[in-house]
Ligand binder design. Sequence first.
Ligand code: ADP
Ligand code: MG
Length: 869
Amino acid sequence: MNLKDSLTDHFRILPAQQKALKKINLETIQDLLYHFPTRYGDTAEVSAIADLKKGDQAVIFGTISGLKTSKAFRKKIPMAEGSVDDATGKIKIIWFHQAYLAKMIGEGSNVRVEGKVSETRPTERQKSFGQGNGQLYFSNPKVETAPDLFTQSKTHSLYPIYPETRGVTSNWIYHKIQNIMSRGILDSLVDPLPKDILETYHLPDLRTALIYIHTPQKEEHAEIARKRFAFEEIFFIQLERQQMRHEFKKQKAFVIDKKLQDLKPFIENFPFKPTQGQIKAIKQNLDDFKRGHPMTRLLEGDVGSGKTAIAAATTYAVTTSRPKGQDFGTLQTAYMAPTEILAKQHFESFIKYFSKLPINIALITGSGCRKFPSKVNPGGWTDISRTQLLKWVANGEISVVIGTHALIQKSVKFKHLALVIVDEQHRFGVKQRMALLRRNDTEKTQNNTEKDNRSDLIYKDLSYIIRGTLFDIKKNLGLGHKEQIYQKAFEEELNKRRIVFNREKQIPIIYNRKKIGVYQPDFIIDEKIIVEFKALPFIGTRKTKQLWTYLKGSEYKLAFLVNFGNELEIKRVIYDKARISASSQRESVSIPHLLSMTATPIPRTLALTLYGDLDLTLLDEMPAGRKKIITEIIIPERRESAYRDIKTELEAGRQLYVICPRINEPDPDKEITVQAKSVTEEAKRLKKEVFPEYEIGILHSKMKPTEKEAVMLDFQNKKIDILVATSVVEVGVNVENASLIIIEGAERFGLAQLHQLRGRVLRGTHQPYCFVFADTKSDKTVRRLDALKTAKNGFELAEFDLKERGAGALAGGKQWGVSDVGMEAIKNLKMVEAARFEATKIIESDTDLENFPTLKEKLQERTIKIHFE
Ligand code: ADP
Ligand code: MG
């Protein structure tokens, strides 16, 4: 047995189980070993059946028998029953509506039952015999087949409970893990963490930690093991980030030699006096600019703290600098925003900031391009074609380009891109950040560029043809054939379409620069795209990874993994050497400086981890004279009077946002649908019952971009007084007159998120109000929400969230690619700092990890995994 072996190699796994396993990302032996319990049950909590009383919330262990399903005779409800006995007695179990649960348990197996003890009403007969009590039973309890270990030999009292999914129970997982561990695989494990680190921080080695986490003898075992794995995860994230940082800092960057003094005329032109924090942030950027290596800085500041002005001043320093050895032209800046509306807004504010300077500013979004200044419309902008924009950006005539994702398309090439600004950087991945940093095209000739574009196109066309062909084959042949049949059909189709292909070509597999084997792809189309066929129930990430590895050893960049399984599934796998090792290939090219900006308040520990590759600037000061939002926590009774207060403000001409509560749905599609519905309904209710005299608009993610934009414009132009929206949808526009916000179901949000939501009313000159509607009166909730009234800024609230509710409260730990165990470390500043310190030490002495082969291998594995998830 090997760690990398697929589970199917060693266990008989039913198709349904296989699907379930895929869903929770368990494919290999290693995956399973790293599937940690979410908690531990304690057999010490177990009650004896004889001691149970009505109303108890209890756990029992015993043997189950007498399982049968039936219909409750009166109401025709499907139900099932059985009984459990231990050494002291016997108790009945009844499932209503969930008869299938009984079918999942084997007659006579050992079970753990957890639930509430109920009692039947005593029958007349029982009463007449003087018995006041009915019969005790468990109604819809949680029943798990319990590992026999715990019911028979009580070697330890803690048993693991694993995250499960329909089709794979905790118990199944438990037994598989026990089986794996009993086969001696633990002895063959190599601990990726260096020994001295384990010793310094008193962490158990891998073998011990795995035993401790899956079969702890006592609470502390589980704890120390989790601590180790939490450290391990953060350590690897740090290694990765520090490696990136190191690589990045080695690069050459444009030296921009400007002093704060040089920026004075620009800053003095601001329509306000900058805060100390803003000046400090600008100065930090200027300092970084002088080093000859690229800046990588993250500017964290609350909504409204004035980050745009910092971005503008920093851009000014760039646009007033000449390319090296030139006495004409300027260095260029790219400014990327997450939405079209924000990009347009930045474009407008930059026009104001830069109107007196002789530079061109452009906007590029999915729906078109603009340029300022305009020849035909002095003082304003004009629409230009994309082609025109690309040309002017490539020849350096445009100094500042603002845009959405459209900015990172390959076709956008710069002449002297010296600064990249990314707004709301959490919305962009590391990959996208990197993509934008590799856009200078100084080496390539114009011809080369054209050729590149053409080959891009051929790929696109070819991909399109391949897909079409595959769907034709599916239509003609249907599913259920062997993979060879599909290959033959594909060959036929390719011949018919006169597309060149190769079925013989061998790709060497390189290891340590040695050829250790070959791989022969099913097809290589037109010497460009590899196509690999499968006919499996499903294809897991293992196959994709494999293909990725093959690409890595080849000259090809693109592969299709085609599976004629339950459905036709086509996966694209890309390995772009040019992108991954662009740094080494083009060492002579200067890399732009990077300024990321975010208003998402996250705790320091998380920032250190996620943004380990960046330097942090914290902007924790608000412009003076800014009105403070008056925040009120509204319990249900006070709703009416709050509505009255709001009406007074509406009558005075103000506008109102209503944010509908967060809805937790595991399925994102479903969540969007449910949200859309709740927004629509709330808008109807408000119109009918509360604000009949006002215009109400809605905004949710099911709407088309053009619809959204129209609504936001109406709100901005006060055609709409009240905007009902979901918490996820970015309102985007800055509506100064909207000084009121209601947040419904506030107890379902983290404080930091509430803080961010209310930031929307901070923009105007009117006194802003935030009404935090809680559906509960619980003291604890109200007290928690009260922090919104006292906290100085969002970061304080984020820390508060972390302390009060744990890492889970930080909206979507998963979205950051940190596991539950890893998030535990986030609570622990010391641990995060230690992981960072150790990782930095290693990377500084040995960037490529040549002396740490196990670390290196594990790090690569992680990168591949993240690449695909
Ligand atoms: P954010 O940090 O959320 O991006 P913005 O840059 O959009 O904030 O600034 C919000 C508003 O505050 C803008 O209208 C801007 O003009 C204004 N502003 C920025 N800095 C100051 C300041 N020092 N004094 C007064 N107003 C400021
Ligand atoms: Mg902003």
